[in-house]
Design a protein. Sequence first.
Length: 418
Amino acid sequence: MAKKKLNRQELQVQNEKKLNKGRQPGFCYDVSQIYNDEYTTVKENVSTEDLLYNLDYSSQYIGEMYPKEQCVCIVCDELSFKLLNPKTLWAYEPYFYQYVVFYRFDEYDVKYLADNLASSRIRAYPCYALTFTKTTLPKFCPKWSEYKIGSLPPITSNDIEKILSIDDDLYQNNGYYYQINELSDKYRIPQAVCGIMAKSVIPINARVVLEKVLQIMSHSSAIIDNSELEQPYWCSFKAFYKDLTFTGRKAKKQDIVLNSFNELIRIGLIDDFNIDDDENLVFSSRLMTKHIRQQIKRNMGYYAKIPGTKQAPFIATFIDYLWWIINCPACYEKITISLETLFCRHLELSRLLIEHRNGEIAKILTLLRKVGQEYGLLQVAPSTQDFTSADVKYLLQHRTELHTFLQITPTNKGKENA
């Protein structure tokens, strides 16, 4: 349902209610003027009606909301605010895209924080005025009306320690997405990423490396704030490959990782990477950063059940294709592509079709069905007979019938298949 558009009078009433709510814990309003980035107070402690009138009068006028008594005011960006998770009064300031957290005033604590905060993404003041216009009114915490400025909870030593710890992390990792919680065996795999994997035949080792990349991203600060799409991630290079298990000929893990990153660049999942002084791995991905907050998850080692043969790369592509259609928001209930599309656009096996190698195609279809069933992505057909050349010929002539031979398991829709 479309949101009802308010007329001017209704909007005025709504804004008055919001601003009057802002007064409840003990705040007041000034009208100020901005000129060359300098603030000049025009009117102090104005009524709500007068405030809104002045904001209408001139585009250079802004409102300022501030507590009538001094507080410990912690001003922070979205990431630091969510990491802080304060249990006290707070408001959001859309004008500057930041949060303001209020504690009971303590002169020593304010000075101590102000002297020791280093990142510039968290600041401390004894009083702070939230700036706003009619289109960027402050937003208040759900329990706003339960607090009073004169009886705010004190800022504890644990609060101070947490603020300084978050600030130090922000300072040390300035310009990077960094790990904010302990790595678990689960990682997020955005649908857009799986869509690319469903059309990319790359070595299994590259998929293993991608899992590690997604694990790092899934436990990084990008989960809270991913607005800087070009911002890179970083981690210890040794820690990155230490626990990874690769297949194929023996080679140095470092070399396998580097080759895998080049594969991921080739298919458009990684934008750039480098090893800093052989210690830190730095990589960036606009596409994956944009979608990493999606909640579709898998377990590390997802590709371990795929047979370690030369056919493994396109088998993995097929498994990712099944995963993609099962988890797709369009809610596909069956495979909709033709055999020709599957082999040409997804599995990169068009040569078999060109050379009319129907017997080999039949063997591959039998293998794909078997592995798909082992992963729980395909139903176990009543008939266990292998595909034949006649089946391949039939599917090439009946382009919409592939789903009758490869049937998606409906009970797996939206679930993890690790």
